[in-house]
Write a protein that binds this ligand. Structure first.
Ligand SMILES: *[C@@H]1O[C@H](CO)[C@@H](O)[C@H](O)[C@H]1NC(C)=O
Length: 207
């Protein structure tokens, strides 16, 4: 992607968002306790204590995934970024959803510091939301998924290549939504919520 693309207000927002998402997604993984606590180290980010993975592969997976979204967030194509936990039958158990809304017509200067200040509150709220989340079974796996508003053109860039279309199992009923935090300031709106299978969701029969 052209560096000059990032000199627009949308580019500036996208850059801040991507950095934030990397930290926030790592916080979600830490929160769910699927790796030993020793796999993370404490860091400060936006003056909040956060966790960073010690494991290079884990770091790299999260980093590469969100950085690859930068051009698409910049163009307003990304609707949601989710961290999804699956049981060993590959059925989703819980989704942490970041819903993005970047005003594409906004053309004033972006106050990066204000934006970061608002995003910071998500990082503060996340750890205290742990009781709202599901206890995960032992053999679960997780992944990061992005939901696009529309499909990017085929040849956009190398970044697009790592985002492969997917066809994961879905819930049959609309999920239960548990809001965690939201902001709706100009030019960025962001919501973080949990999705759980609805109580009427047919259970996966083991037999
Ligand atoms: C987006 O930004 C433009 C320009 O600042 C503003 O006029 C418009 O109301 C904003 N749109 C929304 C949905 O807030």
């Amino acid at each position: 992607m052209d560096r000059k693309d990032l000199r627009t207000p949308q580019g500036e927002i996208a850059r801040i968002l991507v950095e934030f998402l990397e930290v926030a997604i790592t916080s979600v993984i830490f929160l769910k306790g699927i790796y030993p606590n020793g796999a993370f180290e404490r860091r400060r980010y936006m003056n909040v204590v956060v966790h960073k993975a010690r494991h290079p592969q884990l770091n790299e997976y999260i980093h590469t995934a969100v950085v690859a979204l930068l051009p698409f967030i910049n163009k307003g194509l990304v609707d949601r970024v989710a961290v999804i936990f699956f049981d060993d039958g590959d059925v989703p158990i819980e989704r942490f959803v970041f819903k993005l809304n970047v005003n594409q017509s906004y053309n004033s200067k972006v106050e990066g510091a204000n934006l970061e200040f608002s995003l910071r509150s998500f990082l503060i709220k996340l750890p205290v939301s742990e009781p709202l989340t599901k206890v995960l079974p032992r053999n679960c796996r997780w992944e990061i998924m992005a939901y696009f508003r529309s499909l990017p053109e085929a040849s956009t860039s190398k970044d697009a290549e790592m985002w492969i279309p997917t066809d994961t199992k879905q819930w049959q009923q609309p999920p239960t939504i548990i809001p965690i935090k939201s902001m709706s300031s100009e030019p960025l709106g962001l919501q973080l919520y949990l999705e759980h299978p609805s109580l009427s969701e047919p259970k996966n029969e083991e037999k």
